[in-house]
Write a protein that binds this ligand. Sequence first.
Ligand SMILES: NC(=O)c1ccc[n+]([C@@H]2O[C@H](COP(=O)([O-])OP(=O)(O)OC[C@H]3O[C@@H](n4cnc5c(N)ncnc54)[C@H](OP(=O)(O)O)[C@@H]3O)[C@@H](O)[C@H]2O)c1
Length: 288
Amino acid sequence: MKVGILGTGIMGRPMARNLLEAGLEVWVWNRTREKAAPLLAAGARWAETPAALARQVDVLGLVLATPEATREVFYREDGVLDGVHPGLFVVDHGTNPLAWAQEAAPLVAEAGGQYVDAPLQGSYPEAERRALVILAGGTPTGLEPLSPYFEGVGGTIVFAGELGRGVLLKLALNLITALTGAALAEASALAAAFGLGQEVFFEALEKSSLAAPFHRGKGEKLRSGDLSPQLPLKLMNKDLRLIQAEASRVRFPLFMGGNARALYTLAERMGLGEADLIAVRNVYREEA
Ligand SMILES: NC(=O)c1ccc[n+]([C@@H]2O[C@H](COP(=O)([O-])OP(=O)(O)OC[C@H]3O[C@@H](n4cnc5c(N)ncnc54)[C@H](OP(=O)(O)O)[C@@H]3O)[C@@H](O)[C@H]2O)c1
């Protein structure tokens, strides 16, 4: 099976590496070619344009930062749509709006391919250790041909049932990510305001029934001051924007999500967009 990864950023890079290590023929394209250099050195092949990449492969994974970037790369001259061929699976791993899946799927189908929404649950560490959860808008039978690709990427699959449901599942789960990040930031800042040390706060959290891998990972980042992005804060805020839009579409009152959006927006305005989402903790430093 020949596979392609379009977008070799935080998530696309480890995914492509996993595919190479699984022994698949891997092709890549990235807007900034230099960022794909380590993958090319490891055996990936370079396609000159998104269309050329699509033409080369049986499965094309899109791992682009935002809905706007995905749309641009899809429709541009020599974009993805120009390269769709009969039998191609376009597997969109981005966290995008439901309307995007509904727009892209018929266009890919017209050219003989199949579009699948397949967002990712898990961040860079999970991608690196092949522990992603892929939320697929489809059924086990319908997506059976993709098994070697999904296994190669390093993910467990949850089949959400039909087109677009993978994206909705991702948005619902990502509300937990946003709220948990905000809760961890606010609670650890409150502890500091009480005069409690961060070591004792995180020790108690770790020993309690509240302990969770997410708390542990983000706690370590806070304590070491390492705010390098796993999920960049600006992408967390982008996801909250999408969550709010989908919630209002179904007239759902998003009490907690609305507050989280205000908090992450403030953090982004403070210039923390490129840092990890847990940099939202710095808002409280400024307020204190
Ligand atoms: N990071 C996470 O923890 C995580 C977890 C789950 C889901 N996701 C989702 O997965 C997707 C990818 O996330 P990521 O963290 O890998 O993002 P990222 O590293 O910030 O960016 C991914 C890629 O998007 C490309 N890109 C951005 N704007 C572009 C444009 N206008 N035209 C062409 N390419 C463009 C970047 O190219 P350049 O290299 O040229 O900048 C990069 O290769 C997003 O939808 C995100 O919400 C992320």
